[in-house]
Ligand binder design. Structure first.
Ligand code: B16
Ligand code: MG
Length: 225
């Protein structure tokens, strides 16, 4: 049976804008402030996690003393302050290549568009990029109790769009986000390397060479299980 696609839901960090690198840099600077380092391999593992979950992963590399005596809320705030500092000069230029054109093409086709991001900074980032108006709904880390891979954020996006999840597609750069999409019953498109996102239904390198009408036709051919 062929599917009909009526809505696209986009993750933010690493899909719309190149902020994933700033998250990792900020965690590393936070670690250095407390006398430890984090390995490069942690980068992909932190993607899509909530701030507190990511802190938990980072703290595995801290000294026992820091782990026992640190204040987790204060640590999370410290990392976020570093992250916000990295975002000071964030501009429209840091949107991933082709994504804005792709969004406009999709709107032109009559598709509904939403953001489903675990970040509590998502709304302010979108405002600064000047692209808030392209979306019919924005769901972020402030709206949810359970982070990806729980489906809550993507189900909420579909609800706000009044679209059945079976008519939606999620674009994600994190494996937990791909799993959240599957858990919501939504077709997941992996943005990035297939080996890092093995559960996605299909993969794209980015939006630079992707045209909405053609890609939607491709997605509609993917068999409904
Ligand atoms: P914040 P996404 C996620 O955003 C990031 O991938 C993840 O690395 C980050 O820990 C999380 O947001 C929380 O971000 O500290 O800004 O609330 O990829 O779901 O758009
Ligand atoms: Mg992401």
């Amino acid at each position: 049976m062929q599917r009909t696609i009526k809505a696209l839901v986009f993750d933010l960090d690493g899909v719309i804008v190149d902020t994933a690198k700033y998250h990792f840099q900020s965690w590393r600077e936070f670690a250095h402030n407390h006398g430890f380092d984090i390995p490069d391999r942690l980068n992909s593992r932190l993607k899509g996690l909530s701030r507190m979950e990511a802190l938990d992963e980072v703290m595995q590399f801290a000294s026992e003393d820091t782990r026992k005596n640190g204040n987790l809320e204060a640590f999370a705030k410290e990392k976020n302050d570093i992250y916000l500092h990295h975002l000071t000069d964030l501009s429209h230029d840091e949107m991933l290549p082709g994504v804005e054109r792709f969004l406009k093409e999709a709107r032109g086709l009559g598709l509904k568009l939403a953001v489903g991001s675990g970040s509590k900074n998502a709304t302010s980032i979108l405002t600064r990029l000047g692209v808030t108006n392209l979306f019919d709904a924005i769901c972020d880390g402030n709206d949810i109790q359970r982070s990806k891979p729980d489906p809550q954020i993507f189900l909420m996006a579909c609800e706000r769009l009044s679209i059945d999840p079976k008519h939606a597609v999620v674009f994600e750069d994190a494996e937990v986000g791909i799993d959240a999409s599957l858990n919501a019953g939504i077709l997941p498109v992996g943005v990035g390397d297939a080996s890092q996102l093995p559960h996605a239904a299909i993969w794209i390198d980015g939006f630079a060479y992707l045209h909405a009408a053609e890609f939607i036709r491709t997605l509609e051919q993917i068999r409904v299980n």
